[in-house]
Design a protein around this ligand. Structure first.
Ligand code: BGC
Length: 734
């Protein structure tokens, strides 16, 4: 391609900004024209839902109803208009992608983009305009029942995967709604609890993923969360929605409330919240959509002059802007003919499998027990309830109707296909009897079933190989929306079961499926191989079997620290979980996850960024400039990664930054870059990670700006946050 001269660049920039400027002007013109033709009733009609998952349009002006659907890992089944139940369509079964926590552990931006494209395409096929995902809340407490719907304990990392995810969804002509804004880091008491957090922590830990989603991902919508922040509900907080979200982060899209999260007409009308979704108010057994705070009560207040009509106009403008961006105005209503043929098509199920395969994290592999050789075993025992459990239809608002879901047992049967006899024994049973104790849902998690236990031990004793597939599930009180977990223990006395199995058959591979870290019992020392997966989607069973038997080399790494004991976690150490008198103070400040473990020198069970492979890698030859000049906006760090083993493998190389001396406290190190590189045996590749200036900075609460201080920094290149392979200093000179 011919290189452009500086002059042609200038012309191009002026031309494209004219185009953008023209587009903005014409969108604004169209919005004002539509607005001027609308009655007050029509405008207010647009500000609240008219079914559980749509808000009203103005048909006479070509403004359609806006249709929303839950993500993050598939399109929710079609629901009845006035409730949460399924409408029992026979053509809405869709792809069930791995949970966001699984996508996260791939550390693969391209897969995040692919994930978004699949989800976006299926939303589009289902006639949905807004996909209610991704959730980018931070794993502050490991007990949060929704962590598996989010990416990580690390803000930078969460943003890095949220950006391509959102771009993927939106490339299909569907708006992505980033949620839950903000500080929604626990389910316990979430409808009441008020979060107290200092400004620096807010900016450095809880906002960056939203910032990335908005500024780089271009998210067209955002969801205001259930909780309060500094005493005000998120749906009525001018500080959160106007000062932070719209002014500081530059969000110019649509804000919807979480379902039934609005509590006040006036305060919500007067801040940057646009559409009220979900209600608990019923009349004659039906949800009364006109009773919403932003429905009849708002109409009354505007009519009698308590609330200016301009407050309504502002919200309608945001809705219309989103509709224009999606080219919805004047379009014919959605036609469902041929819909089923666009869902869970082979390209989508292949994507689901690839994502699941890259998400698996190998935590232990002594004596190279894995991968297994299929020719070596004729008699295999599969033990554990997660071998046969299906997950698509559980978990809370993410539940969906999957076209199919391959369980781990089915995956193993597919792979071994008659070559070995598989004996299955669950060993324990999910009780699925949720009941509430205070704010916690609990199950009969302490229960064990003696008969199932004995049968499993017997089956294990007689097999040449045991594959244990346990962990947690989407039962209430486990990895499920609504309530937090009572503790991190493996439910149904799985620690005892695993101990028993390993005693009778040390040739056991342990697979744990869970939405996040669990506490591991004493059996761990006797276990040779441990593989972790999150909820793995419709192709999970195949992905798992292919990984265990070496068709796939595991390449996932942890995105949240696994503590030895729950009491080691910063939210417990600093004493503010789940809060006192409906207030939770994030007293640990910046010290979330590995930031705390590293700075306070606490040893985790498995650190952030950890994960093994069936091959080995070395790192060498780090190169970068010794001085970062004030005029430099970017800084390149290069190094070489070599596959020193005998198999193809992918390595996730991570870049952490340490500032040697600073006038404010900084975490010992923070993730600022990463790359995933695929290497054949013996192959080396030079990789480069580029750091923007922001990577050096902290949020200065006095100037309300990101600030850096001159001095020495250390770049740490690691295979995990603790397995540092290379390091080098540079000086920031001003
Ligand atoms: C959840 C949201 C979800 C909404 C609609 C709420 O309970 O918090 O994440 O999008 O329901 O299903």
């Amino acid at each position: 391609m011919k290189r452009l001269t500086p002059y042609s660049w200038l012309i191009l920039i002026i031309f494209s900004s004219c185009l953008t400027g023209n587009k903005v002007a014409s969108t604004d013109k169209q919005i004002e024209s539509l607005l001027s033709q609308m009655t007050l009733e029509e405008k207010i009609g647009m500000l609240h839902s008219n079914t559980m998952f749509s808000s009203t349009g103005v048909p006479r002006l070509g403004i359609p109803d806006l249709h929303y659907s839950d993500g993050p890992h598939g399109v929710r089944f079609e629901g009845v208009a006035n409730g949460w139940e399924s409408a029992r369509w026979d053509n809405d079964a869709c792809s069930y992608l791995p949970a966001l926590s699984a996508l996260a552990s791939t550390w693969n931006r391209d897969l995040a983009q692919l994930y978004g494209e699949v989800l976006g395409a299926e939303c589009k096929a289902r006639g949905k305009h807004v996909s209610l995902a991704p959730g980018v809340n931070i794993h502050r407490s490991l007990l949060n029942g929704r962590n598996w719907e989010y990416f990580s304990e690390d803000p930078f990392f969460s943003g890095e995967l949220a950006v391509p995810y959102i771009q993927g969804v939106q490339s299909q002509g569907v708006a992505s709604c980033v949620k839950h804004f903000a500080l929604n880091s626990q389910a316990y008491n979430q409808y009441k609890v008020s979060v107290e957090v200092d400004e620096r922590t807010l900016h450095e830990i809880y906002l960056p993923a939203f910032e990335a989603a908005i500024q780089r991902g271009g998210a067209m919508a955002a969801m205001a969360a259930y909780n309060k922040v500094r005493g005000l509900w998120c749906t009525e907080s001018p500080y959160l929605l106007d000062t932070l979200l719209r002014d500081e982060l530059g969000f110019d899209g649509l804000v919807v409330s979480d379902w039934n999260a609005v509590h006040n007409t006036e305060r919500t009308a007067l801040c940057g919240m646009d559409v009220e979704m979900g209600t608990s108010i019923k009349e004659n057994g039906k949800y009364a959509f006109n009773k919403y705070y932003l429905a009849d009560p708002l109409l009354k207040k505007v009519r009698n002059g308590e609330i200016p009509e301009e407050a309504v106009n502002k919200k309608v403008r945001n809705i219309l802007k989103l509709m224009i961006r999606l080219d919805l105005i004047g379009q014919a209503p959605y036609d469902t003919t041929g819909m089923a043929a666009k869902l869970a098509i082979p390209a989508h199920t292949k994507a689901a499998r690839e994502i699941a395969e890259e998400s698996l994290v190998l935590l232990k592999n002594s004596k190279d027990m894995l991968p297994l050789d299929p020719a070596q075993y004729k008699n295999v025992a599969v033990i554990g309830a997660n071998a046969t459990e299906v997950f698509a239809a559980g978990g809370g608002s993410t539940k969906l109707k999957a076209k199919y879901e391959v369980t781990p047992l089915e995956g193993l049967q597919n792979l071994l296909d008659g070559k070995a006899r598989i004996e299955y024994a669950p060993g324990y049973q999910l009780s699925k009897k949720a009941y509430k104790v205070g704010h916690w849902f609990t199950n009969e998690f302490d229960k064990s079933d003696e008969e199932l236990y004995k049968k499993a031990i017997n089956t294990a004793a007689q097999a040449e190989l045991v594959i244990y597939i346990g962990g947690t599930s989407h039962e209430h009180g486990s990895d499920c929306e609504g309530y937090d977990k009572p503790n991190l223990k493996l439910p149904y006395q799985q620690d005892r079961l695993l101990k028993g199995i390993l005693e009778v058959n040390p040739n056991t591979v342990v697979v744990l499926i869970s939405g996040g870290p669990v506490e591991i019992g004493e059996w761990y020392n006797d276990a040779t191989a441990l593989l972790h997966g999150s909820f793995l989607g419709m192709e999970g069973g195949n992905a798992l079997a292919r990984t265990l038997f070496g068709e796939v080399n595991p390449s996932g790494k942890l995105t949240t620290t696994w503590c030895k004991r729950l009491e080691d976690m910063p939210d417990h150490v600093f004493g503010e979980y789940p809060g006192i008198n409906d207030t939770v103070r994030f007293k640990e400040g910046l010290m979330v996850g590995y930031r705390y473990f590293d700075t306070y020198r606490v040893v985790p069970l498995f650190e952030f960024g950890y994960g093994l492979s069936y091959t080995t890698f070395t790192y060498s030859n780090i190169k970068m400039k010794p001085v970062w000049k004030d005029s430099d906006t970017e800084f390149a760090v290069s190094f070489t990664v070599t596959n020193t083993g005998k198999r193809y493998g992918q390595e996730i190389a991570q870049l952490y930054l340490h500032q040697n001396k600073c006038s404010v406290e900084r975490p010992f190190k923070e993730l600022k870059g990463f790359t995933k590189v695929g290497l054949k045996p013996g192959e080396s590749k030079q990789v480069t990670i580029k750091l923007p200036r922001r990577a050096l900075q902290y949020y200065d609460t006095e100037s309300k700006r990101w600030k850096d201080e001159p001095g020495m920094f250390t770049v740490l290149i690691g295979a995990s946050s603790r397995d540092i392979k290379l390091q080098k200093d540079f000086e920031l000179k001003k």
